[in-house]
Design a protein around this ligand. Structure first.
Ligand code: ACO
Length: 318
């Protein structure tokens, strides 16, 4: 039971389901193109919610499932690249919404690696004395997508999921490797805020929209993420939960590191790419459908990769 509490999970996706079919009535694309290249068939898109709303739903579910009080929480970390505001952070909005009066709260910006980065930080906080914390990945990518750009609009979805992390006598975290390369920052950018001050002469042509060099990201995934995984994966790993960007990338990585495809869990079919939310969404769904069992000691690897560039893996047991 102690382990169960140590990694309690929950998820929330907006109700509005948008299929590839529906997208093909809005832009020049097809279910065949999207699903054959990415494995994505549908995604959920908000109609009246922001990132903090999705994350608050997750936080409420986590409290309900665990029967913990919000006032027991020591900290709340939200990983997101689509916060409601520059400030306050999404984590502070969640803290206020659930009245976690004792908790400190902050966001982590590491794009699709955000959840892995946040979990790594949370684990250090627990290891150095904090007792109970929430780590949530939440995104409303639909607000930074250029809906006239079919090359990106078909890839992303909205959602949030997270875990409650509680101090425990047993060791659950065994290894990690977090990496970044800011020299490749321009491969994926989103949310540039133009300086409209009368004193400022804007020279950047960066856009508020998500812009990506798909080929660069594809190559980065196969080269750098594969290398990272090779350093972390052990022979007796039961399952790998990679960021859910693209099925083809996962199939290629499976071959490259010589780990059977069945060990790589996927759910991008129904969620699309939800950036920082993708790994905890997959974690929660996989527990719900019985593939992952809390308290079973299954050994899993969580791997995020994306904008920054950032990437990283954590090896842990359930
Ligand atoms: N529907 C139909 N046709 C399309 C679409 C679309 N939605 N988007 C692009 N095309 C067309 C292009 O215009 C191009 O046409 P052309 O040959 O006539 O010029 C053709 O399809 C091929 O385009 P490419 O960009 O070369 O397509 P590619 O095979 O590289 O696939 C993809 C694109 C899926 C994005 C691929 O580069 C990829 O998997 N990249 C990985 C990046 C990724 O998944 N990013 C997610 C966000 S980042 C992250 O989460 C880490």
């Amino acid at each position: 039971k102690a382990e169960e509490k140590a990694l309690l999970k929950a998820r929330y996706v907006p109700e509005n389901k948008v299929s590839n079919q529906l997208l093909s009535t809005m832009m020049d694309t097809s279910d065949e193109w999207i699903s054959s290249r990415t494995g994505i068939r549908a995604r959920n898109i908000v109609t009246d919610e922001n990132t903090s709303d999705l994350c608050t739903k997750v936080a409420e579910k986590l409290l309900k499932k665990s029967a913990k009080k919000a006032s027991d929480l020591d900290f709340i970390i939200v990983a997101t690249m689509t916060p409601d505001y520059g400030t306050p952070s999404v984590a502070c909005l969640v803290q206020g919404n659930i009245s976690a009066t004792k908790a400190f709260a902050f966001d982590i910006s590491a794009a699709c690696s955000g959840f892995v980065y946040a979990l790594s930080v949370a684990e250090k906080l627990i290891r150095t004395g904090k007792k109970l914390g929430m780590v949530i990945g939440g995104e409303t990518l639909s607000k930074v997508i250029d809906w006239d750009d079919r090359t990106t609009a078909v890839l992303f979805g909205d959602g949030a999921a997270g875990i409650l992390l509680e101090a425990s006598d047993e060791q659950h975290f065994f290894n990690e490797k977090l990496q970044a390369d800011g020299q490749r920052a321009k491969s994926l950018t989103s949310g540039y805020v133009k300086n409209q001050s009368p004193f400022y002469k804007e020279t950047s042509d960066s856009s508020g929209y998500l812009q990506m060099n798909g080929r660069d990201i594809y190559d980065f995934s196969l080269k750098d993420v594969t290398k990272n995984l090779s350093d972390i994966v052990e022979d007796d790993v039961d399952y790998l939960l990679l960021h859910q960007a693209n099925k083809r990338i996962i199939e290629k990585i499976s071959k490259k590191i010589n780990v059977p495809r069945e060990k790589f869990l996927t759910n991008m079919e129904q969620n699309g790419n939800t950036s920082a939310a993708s790994i905890p969404l997959l974690l929660d769904e996989s527990v719900e459908n019985g593939v992952l069992k809390l308290g079973s000691n299954q050994k899993i690897v969580l791997t995020g990769y994306g904008g920054g560039l950032t990437w990283g893996s954590i090896l842990l047991t359930l």
